[in-house]
Design a protein around this ligand. Structure first.
Ligand code: NOJ
Length: 777
């Protein structure tokens, strides 16, 4: 990314004297959002060259340090470090008033180089949108982009320049707690989401006042940690890497992401942080990435624990040489780089390259033109940064309702009537913190609309809502202790001290007095979090006991799930009259869920990840490689690949989701049944809304390469469309198929399409498809 900032802007207004001495030539300023011309790129590079030429080694190393506000050092010390030019950027401060004095200190330094302010804005800043897994469930890239755009508007209004997002790690092992932060298991859907997020965060240019620079993470393959155990190793064949796991990072970079965060894991024996192949050969040379790389928190120190560095000196040397430009939560770059450079062990040119990227990011963010570009003037600071008027509730409600996935609906239990008595029970029915999910940035529980509140608002005085807690999220003291340690600042689980039996009796009484029970169960947000890997994916025992007791009342039971990963839900699938997957739906979650439960919105979300039947069945991702003895439904299981104690295949497949209407998909039509290299054919179906309600259908295109030079997946998602259809309406939907959609990485890692037969499948989920064949000649 090479973008020129508006250089003529208010540097004069607020800059300290040292800074104005630095200012770049004002005549080069294009309007906000303009793309850089070759001349402007040259000007940018010349500006950075001139600056580097004036920097001492200490100042250069200072630029490589990314400091965590509130945890790395006390504020007075931080200001001293800033004034000494020993900090490149900070993260974790969330208001203009917090950021302004830090920037003032930075521009007081000898060269007046501004710092940038970063933060983990993953699914909203003050308004919290659904977690990324929920956002992906919309299968609506406009909605995905809106999440990032609104996040950027709110975060930049709080003086923030950069976000450590999107998180695009493919996750196929739901034991991994960070599954919640990504967009699911599929390379195509995650790549599309990655692009949309970068577009939304950065807008037309990261230089714009309301744009955030996107730092895509975690490069690379973090989602494939062994056994789903966070921070663990990754061992993966190059073919799988290139085919499945790397495309989303590449998509974000191609969309212009200004930064890349390096993963904490090792890859085939080499930590990502010290991995020259990853950071130099692949990222920079092969992919042409021209932005900033940042290590993850403390990752350079961790090279010692990975056992690839014998001491801090070696760790710093390995990381800088590999291409880790900035050191997050730094200690080793500050301590070790001066000696390494002075002794000649690390050429100063290597440090200069990293500094160039840090300065380049600041230039592209417009910070040299105006260090207060997003912080603004003190006089304009909001009187109350947490004011409700600063939120984007309508956007949040709209995206949230699109993200909800209807898993079951027996006897048209849903939508509910707006009337009568509804019992709203369960440990997550009134959980304002949990509904935000993990990484909820500057989101506040006081702003969350819980399910209980949403149901009350929707029902108004047309009916009655009875509420009971029903059970604690878990009764396991070990789990409670862990979760409260994890979120020490906001006690995660406040346990109801009553015995489970008493809570259940209260819930059962509410159910008996009601026409229908809506029960919110799942995980606390800390259970689907960094460092929260699980050995079971079932609901905790206390919640299972509650569900069984409610079921025994004979009242229709609507299960509302709140969780950040696929769960094993066999009993729930059989026994719930209706079941809605809501993930963690965010600030407006309660309203959005009520919209769906009462039918004010017809659910249109689809699963971005397969749900297993049991933990032993993992992995269950749909696009597995073909094998010699596949299990075939309806055929004897003998000597085929399956687990003999339970049914094969996922409990809910990738792409699955119900609606309050029904859709019929015709057979697949092909514009031609042969295709020559360079040509394109069209595959189409007619889809009809055969039910009585308007809705939105997600049509999914999968391809299967019938025979290739290497083993290929059973099928792969290659395109999708989300289409509104009125009751009774039909539409023809066409998908262009060109050679590019047929390409894959062969044994030599060349990206090729091989002649032969291809099966085209179009349908409503990965299993429910119609098929037709064509030949590539
Ligand atoms: C560690 C996490 O792995 C990463 O995702 C995050 O961006 C950083 N901490 C900063 O908070």
């Amino acid at each position: 990314m090479r973008l020129l900032t508006s250089l003529a802007v208010a540097a004069s207004l607020l800059c300290a004297p040292a800074f104005s001495a630095l200012a770049a030539p004002p005549d080069a300023a294009p309007p906000d959002g303009a793309q850089a011309s070759p001349a402007s790129v040259a000007e940018r590079d010349a500006f950075i060259d001139r600056l580097i030429a004036r920097m001492t080694l200490e100042e250069k190393i200072g630029q490589l340090r990314l400091i965590s506000i509130g945890s790395d050092m006390p504020q007075p010390q931080l200001r001293k470090e800033l004034e000494a030019g020993r900090v490149g950027g900070t993260f974790n401060s969330v208001t203009p008033a917090e950021n302004r004095p830090l920037q003032e200190a930075a521009v007081k330094s000898r060269l007046g180089i501004p710092i940038f302010f970063a933060y983990d804005i993953v699914h909203g800043h003050r308004t919290i949108f659904p977690i990324s897994l929920g956002v992906a469930s919309t299968w609506d890239m406009g909605a995905v982009e809106r999440v990032a755009r609104v996040s950027a508007l709110e975060a930049t209004a709080d003086g923030i320049d950069m976000t450590f997002a999107p998180m695009v790690d493919i996750s196929r092992d739901p034991r991994w707690g960070r599954t919640s932060e990504g967009f699911g298991e599929d390379p195509f859907l995650v790549s599309q989401s990655a692009r949309a997020m970068v577009r939304g965060f950065q807008g037309a240019s990261p230089a714009n006042r309301d744009s955030l620079m996107a730092v895509v993470k975690h490069f690379a393959l973090y989602g494939a940690v062994e056994g789903g155990r966070d921070y663990n190793t990754v061992d993966m064949s190059p073919m799988r890497m290139f085919q499945d796991y790397l495309p989303p990072y590449k998509a974000a970079i191609d969309a212009g992401a200004g930064g890349v965060m390096i993963a904490l894991n090792s890859i085939n024996g080499e930590p990502a942080t010290s991995n020259k192949w990853l950071l130099r050969d692949l990222l920079r040379k092969q992919w042409g990435f021209k932005g900033l790389t940042v290590s993850d928190h403390g990752a350079i120190d961790e090279l010692l624990r990975h056992g690839v560095a014998k001491d801090g000196r070696e760790a710093a040397k390995l990381a800088i040489e590999a291409g880790a430009d900035m050191s997050m939560h730094d200690s080793l770059y500050l301590q070790q780089l001066p000696g390494l450079v002075k002794s000649g062990a690390v050429p100063v040119g290597v440090v200069d390259e990293a500094v160039r990227e840090v300065l380049g990011a600041k230039y592209d963010l417009g910070l040299f033109a105006d260090p207060y570009r997003r912080i603004g003037r003190a006089a304009d600071d909001p009187a109350d940064v947490e004011a409700d008027s600063r939120l984007h509730r309508e956007d949040a409600r709209d995206v949230a309702r699109r993200s909800l996935v209807l898993l079951e609906n027996r006897n048209q239990t849903l939508p509910l009537k707006k009337g009568g008595t509804i019992a709203v029970v369960g440990p997550l029915a009134d959980a304002p913190i949990d509904i935000m999910g993990s990484w909820s940035a500057a989101g506040k529980g006081k702003h969350s609309v819980t399910l209980l509140q949403g149901m009350r608002d929707a029902l108004g005085d047309r009916g009655r809502v009875l509420h009971a807690h029903g059970a604690n999220l878990t009764d396991d003291p070990r789990v409670v202790e862990y979760l409260n340690f994890l979120n020490w600042d906001m006690k995660e689980l406040v346990q109801d001290p009553r015995p489970l039996g008493d809570m259940i009796a209260e819930a059962v009484a509410a159910a008996r007095a009601a026409d229908v029970v809506v029960v919110a169960v799942g995980e606390s947000r800390g259970m689907s979090h960094e460092a929260s890997s699980r050995t079971t994916l079932s609901l905790p025992g206390s919640q299972q006991t509650l569900l069984k007791a409610l079921k025994s009342t004979g009242k229709p039971m609507v299960v509302v799930l709140m969780n950040g990963r696929p769960l094993t839900l066999n009993w729930e699938k059989e026994n719930a009259d209706a079941m809605l997957e809501t993930w963690y739906a965010g600030t407006e979650g309660g309203h959005a869920i009520a919209d769906v439960l009462f039918g004010d919105y017809n659910p249109s979300g689809r699963l971005p990840i397969s749900f297993p039947r049991s933990i032993g069945q993992i992995p269950t991702y749909y696009n597995q490689l073909r094998i010699g003895r596949p299990f075939t439904p309806g055929k004897p299981a003998n000597y085929t690949s399956q687990y003999f104690e339970e049914a094969s295949g996922p409990l809910y497949p990738f792409g699955y989701g119900l609606s309050y209407t029904q859709y019929a998909v015709s057979d697949v039509r092909l514009s031609r049944d042969t295709m020559r290299a360079g040509e394109r054919i069209e595959a189409s179906v007619t889809v009809k809304n055969t039910g009585a309600r308007d809705g939105e259908v997600v049509l999914q295109l999968y391809l299967q390469d019938v025979a290739a030079s290497v083993v290929r997946p059973v099928k792969e998602l290659k395109d999708f469309r989300k289409i509104p259809l009125k009751a009774g309406e039909s539409r023809v939907v066409s998908f262009p198929i060109d050679e590019d959609k047929l390409k894959f990485y062969n044994a030599k890692l060349d990206y090729v399409a091989e002649p032969g037969e291809f099966n085209v499948q179009i349908g409503l989920d990965a299993e429910n498809v119609k098929q037709k064949t064509f030949v590539l000649r």
